[in-house]
Ligand binder design. Structure first.
Ligand code: FEO
Length: 670
């Protein structure tokens, strides 16, 4: 039986999941399966974009026949000739003998090699920038060599702004019915497999990926349709951001990958001790036994972490085999820009350190740090200092501020260094958005504000912020008597606003999972990414303004973090805050009032949790087409909450979700 889903009104996903595949490409374990995506466009002409792996040919052919609904297939667009997308071409072309092939010259050559026949009479060759019309839809073609084979190309639908990206932006993992990225909790549940897919499949070809990303940046993209994984229809910028890091070999986080190869446990013991010492210094460690964890997972984290530590025993006058394989794998994937430290072990002639260094030394911008630690059979008591020194060297590189014990309010103020206030930091203040942070009873708090201003330029300089009175952060700042303001920049992702703006510190630790723990001299956290300045303040006066609390404070530290432009309040609304998904006009559904997620169906399960913003059923609005008139009300410009109300909102009204006052609401109908 066919199994299809509509991507748009006239574009249908006709691919399939494969959960029985043990190893993708014969080497990468895929415990969560993989999807092979193929898309059929029903325009005046019918167009199939790629085929699928032979493992799922049967349902694929059923899908295509069902989606065509009796129409003939006019065109097959081939983006990539790797058999996971091309193995069923022959069957398809036999079944639809009138179908013409649209591809580039390299693909044509490979088709002949794979299929063993010349199909040039059925082929329309295209090159970069060529256009093609299928009726309502107009396409142009983008060549994408080495992403991931040399023949790869992409298609761009100028009409619906859809980019068909071949392998790019794919992920390991079966779709399990979730076709769109926002039907999954992607950045929590799928990002690791997307990283493992990218780094292992196309990680070697960073410059080529960067070249294609530059071309794609010129396109207005509404949907991204890759050959594996989810169709992207929202928050694509956040995923693109990861691609920019991965393809430029830029570490995703300041952390340590610690991989070890140990035969009898002594090298493992040294690795464990080092891991403890690193954690004691506030360094995040991701640790693997190379004999247990398949290399693809460790390669993936090598792309993720800024610092790499390899510990291995000597074996056959070289290095233990699983470590040797891993390092060759990392070298084959062209990893760059990393700091590396080594621990070797050998009972009579340790050689593993030299072999490991030789394998990695040829990579671009690899710097070895710390003294090599050499174990003779096992770590000796007097070598603990060597591990301390190595941990110190790494911690100094990562420069994490020590976690300071919470100072009692009475212990204020913290004395800043004489030159602690960089006046240039104030130049970054606009009517913009900032992250306010503070700390009480050993717990960090933070929220988004748009109210930080410098109010006096004498010494000490003074700042004022106002915080919504019902926000927990207001209570915490009042209690702590100090705060930091991190000024956000235009490249700040929406996820950062979700993290600090759309949940309460009463319920969650807003800093959980952040890859950094930077603090200013007052011991408070600040946001080192997507910010251009941080200003530390000591509260000197508090005024209750009713809906908001005004804090006036002395500036004790200010530093510039980057030259990136500050994110103004209007920039946030125009370019970062996602546009609400309109509710489907013809279908009964439930729409999340917090984030706009649409659940299609008449009944919403009692225990349903929004996959995007995690709000429950109470925050969903039941939309029945043509069954109820539009309701007049007010919508929160901050979080999108809709409050039904014919007249004016009460003067003391505050948004039940984000706590902003009625001034942040505008009239709306839903
Ligand atoms: Fe999914 Fe390069 O094939």
């Amino acid at each position: 039986m066919y199994c299809t889903r509509n991507v748009t009104e006239d574009l249908i996903w006709v691919g399939a999941d494969d959960r029985r595949l043990a190893c993708f490409e014969g080497v990468y374990g895929v415990p969560d399966g993989v999807s092979y995506n193929s898309y059929l466009l029903l325009d005046e002409k019918t167009v199939l974009f790629d085929t699928v792996d032979k493992a799922v040919y049967s349902v694929f052919l059923e899908n295509v026949a069902h989606a065509l609904n009796g129409r003939k297939l006019d065109y097959l667009v081939v983006h990539h000739m790797e058999p996971d997308h091309a193995a069923t071409q022959e069957l398809l072309l036999q079944r639809y003998p009138e179908a013409k092939i649209i591809c580039n010259a390299k693909i044509q050559t490979m088709m002949k090699q794979f299929l063993g026949c010349d199909l040039s009479e059925r082929t329309i060759l295209v090159k970069e920038g060529d256009t093609f019309s299928t009726g309502k839809h107009n396409f142009t073609f983008v060549m994408a060599p080495m992403v991931h084979w040399p023949e790869v190309m992409m298609s761009y639908d100028l009409t619906d702004k859809i980019l068909f990206t071949a392998d790019a932006f794919g992920t390991f993992g079966a779709l399990n019915g979730r076709l769109f990225n926002d039907e999954a909790d992607f950045f929590t549940e799928n990002l690791d497999e997307a990283r493992r897919y990218y780094t292992n499949i196309v990680g070697k070809y960073g410059p080529q990926v960067q070249a294609v990303l530059k071309k794609a940046a010129k396109l207005d993209i509404a949907l991204v349709c890759p050959l594996h994984g989810f169709v992207w229809r929202s928050h694509f910028g956040d995923f693109l951001e990861k691609y920019l890091l991965w393809s430029s070999y830029t570490p995703e986080e300041k952390s340590v990958l610690l991989a070890y190869a140990s035969v009898y446990g002594h090298t493992e013991n040294a690795a464990n001790i080092l891991a403890c010492k690193l954690n004691e210094r506030g360094v995040r460690v991701r640790m693997y036994d190379t004999s247990v964890t398949p290399a693809s997972y460790i390669v993936s984290d090598a792309f993720r972490c800024s610092h790499l530590v390899f510990a291995a025993t000597t074996y056959n006058a070289g290095v233990f085999v699983t470590m040797e394989q891993l390092l060759h794998d990392i070298a084959a994937h062209n990893l760059q820009n990393r700091k590396v430290a080594l621990i070797e072990n050998g009972s009579w002639a340790p050689t593993s350190g030299k072999v490991m260094r030789d394998i990695l030394a040829g990579l671009k911008n690899i710097e070895f740090i710390g003294e090599n630690v050499t174990l003779k059979s096992a770590l000796a008591e007097n070598q603990l200092a060597q591990l301390d020194a190595l941990a110190d060297a790494i911690a100094a590189e990562l420069n994490p501020a020590p976690v300071v014990a919470e100072a009692p309010v009475a212990a204020l103020p913290v004395a800043p260094a004489a030159d602690a206030v960089n006046k240039k930091a104030f130049n970054q203040l606009t009517y913009g958005v900032q992250v306010l942070t503070t700390r009480v009873d050993g717990k960090d708090y933070g929220c988004i504000i748009n109210s930080a201003v410098q109010v006096a330029s004498g010494e000490p300089k003074k700042m004022a912020i106002s915080v919504i009175a019902k926000n927990y952060s207001a209570e915490m700042v009042a209690k702590a008597g100090r705060f930091n303001v991190s000024i956000l920049t235009e490249d700040a992702p929406y996820s950062l606003f979700q993290r600090f703006g759309f949940q309460s510190g009463r319920d969650v630790d807003k800093f959980e999972g952040l890859p950094y723990e930077d603090r200013t001299a007052n011991g408070l956290r600040y946001i080192p990414e997507y910010t251009n300045a941080v200003i530390s303040c000591e509260v000197i006066e508090v005024k209750d303004l009713g809906a908001s609390i005004l804090f006036i404070a002395d500036v004790v530290e200010a530093k510039v973090l980057s030259k990136a432009p500050s994110c103004t309040y209007s920039y946030y609304h125009a370019h970062i805050k996602p546009k609400k998904n309109p509710a489907p006009e013809q279908k009964e559904c439930w729409v999340c009032k917090v984030c706009g997620y649409v659940y299609e169906g008449a009944e919403l399960p009692e225990d349903f949790i929004c996959p995007l913003c995690k709000h429950g059923k109470d925050d969903f609005e039941h939309v029945v087409p043509n069954a109820k008139p539009k309701v007049k009300g007010w919508v929160c410009k901050i979080c999108g909450h809709f409050e039904p109300c014919e007249g004016e909102l009460p003067a003391d009204y505050a948004c039940p979700l984000c706590k902003h006052p009625r001034e942040d609401f505008e009239r709306a109908e839903q």
